[in-house]
Design a protein around this ligand. Structure first.
Ligand SMILES: CC(C)(COP(=O)(O)OP(=O)(O)OC[C@H]1O[C@@H](n2cnc3c(N)ncnc32)[C@H](O)[C@@H]1OP(=O)(O)O)[C@@H](O)C(=O)NCCC(=O)NCCS
Length: 217
């Protein structure tokens, strides 16, 4: 797991693809341009160093499910996923398995959203002191989104059919929407972030090894 600042740090336009530069040129606000350019700069830097190639030569594509991936010729063992929220960019890079990540600013949610929790999750949340519920709801939200980005479908399934229950190494699905019934075993691990953000990373298996680092450059 790599964490980087979005609003600070270099943007290396020269490493972006033609399509990315065109996309950048179409963005109307300076802030959106900076954040897009920064995201792609860090993503290309990271993938380039994982693959042992120059950032500009990393070929990116979007799968039919909407999940960005390395394009055809890329190393099939290297997978990635990313999330941006507030000033934080989080990029997960995995070897030999899929991965999903989500981060949110704690200020993003002031109330629990109906229709996003199973009855068991709701009971678990209601058992907490009221002042802890919103933050814990947001943590649970990032776990679900990390998992759904890991499997590639995003928030296209009913969230109240997905139950992520506490387990030894993080949280694991104990109930799944029918569309995801064939997904194997996954574990979702909370990310150790500063006080103003929460986030989670999802990886297949029951004992993931997650290393969190800060990207400088
Ligand atoms: C795509 C989606 C996961 C983005 O979530 P978000 O919290 O707004 O944004 P995040 O910053 O966490 O993630 C965005 C990144 O997720 C990645 N992403 C997009 N679709 C994805 C998918 N299907 N699976 C995994 N990752 C995906 C992209 O890298 C994207 O960043 P980029 O556009 O800069 O490349 C979410 O909007 C979604 O599930 N959309 C599809 C369903 C939908 O439109 N539902 C509408 C009701 S919310």
């Amino acid at each position: 797991m790599w964490l980087a600042a979005l609003d600070a740090g270099p943007v290396a336009i020269a490493t972006l693809s033609v399509a990315e530069r065109e996309h950048l040129g179409g963005l109307t606000s300076e802030r959106a341009r900076r954040r897009y350019g920064r995201t792609r700069t860090v993503l290309r830097g990271l993938l380039g160093s994982s693959l042992g190639v120059a950032p500009a030569t990393v070929a990116l594509a979007v799968a039919t499910d909407g999940k960005p991936r390395l394009a055809g010729g890329g190393d099939p063992d290297v997978r990635f996923n990313l999330s941006h929220a507030g000033d934080l960019l989080a990029i997960a890079v995995a070897e030999g398995c899929e991965v999903g990540v989500d981060v949110e600013p704690l200020a993003a949610r002031r109330q629990v959203l109906d229709g996003t929790l199973t009855a068991t999750e709701r009971a678990r949340l209601d058992a907490l002191p009221p002042e802890r519920r919103t933050a814990e709801f947001l943590r649970g939200w990032t776990r679900k989104e990390a998992y759904l980005k890991g499997v590639g479908c995003g928030i296209r399934v009913p969230l109240d059919q997905l139950d992520l229950a506490p387990a030894r190494a993080g949280h694991r699905p104990t109930a799944l929407p029918p569309a995801l019934a064939a997904e194997g075993d996954w574990t979702v691990v909370d990310l150790p972030l500063a006080d103003d953000h929460v986030g989670a990373v999802a990886v297949p298996g029951s004992a993931p090894r997650v290393v969190v680092r800060r990207w400088v450059g």
